[in-house]
Write a protein that binds this ligand. Sequence first.
Ligand code: BTN
Length: 325
Amino acid sequence: VAMDTREYIVERLRTGAWISGEVVSDALGISRAAVSKHIAALRAAGCEIASASRKGYRLVSEPDRLVREAVAPYLDTLVVGREWHYEAQVSSTNALAREAALRGASEGAVFVADEQVGGRGRRGREWVSPPGCGIYVSVLLRPQLPPDALPLLTLMAAVAVVRAIADVGAGEARIKWPNDILLGGHKVCGILTEMVADAESLACVILGIGLNVNTPPELLPERPLFPAGSLASVAGRRLPRARLLARLLNALDEGYAELIEQGGRPMLAAWEARSDLVGRRVSVARVNDTVTGVAEGLDSSGALVIRTDSGERQLILSGDISYCR
Ligand code: BTN
């Protein structure tokens, strides 16, 4: 509740005009004292807010740092973000999370960096991660789930990203199997899930998410099929990283709890609804071969179901997909 109140206040202030405390308290049905408490919390989070008697409040500048204090006002999670590790520059947040996992970091630990100099993508590719532009985050989970539920966690993360993008008003993104997020036909986000087994063989999972938020397109690599883009380049305006990260972690926290309590079914339905895959003719390049056919959807384990030209039903767990015409 406090989170939505604060977001509402920031949203109102974002017009740049003076807004009186009275207007805010009337609109929200809270006291003037409560309004000034929220203003104080926002200032503590790094918002520069001018105040003047009779005029009220005015937003001078908003921080866009990903330190805990900047994100916490919008965070509404039980597990994700209990532990917070922020670094200005790292090699890779997934690598950081892996080391911490082996040292016993707790479930839900978040590793976020302003810049990655060794950001990694799937299949050994590089993930371009310039400073101040994107969200580079890894979340450590210690799921009480069978190991074959791993693909479900990745799919869940993709749904969470799409929700977060919609939540900040940047548009309706789509998921390209297994876990690329496309906005306006551009790849704006990638997910790299990794497993860690420590000495006690308690497996833990690292969900690594890279989101191009305000990244200038000229810094992004050229990709042949689905060109790389950023939310800002597609949405046409800069987006607040801290709020987007909070929305993402909120959605992950909720999605993770749902997966554990209700199994994969609701998540798989949500995934399919956000993908443009079903019914499409696709071609999946695997390590040793390529499978071509019509995508029928996901099975209960999260595998892609393809009906090949010879009428065979193939289950695919990993590969690079392209859409055929
Ligand atoms: C892909 O689409 O190939 C996956 C990209 C995943 C990038 C993220 S950024 C945070 C985390 N740390 C990394 O080194 N990679 C992931």
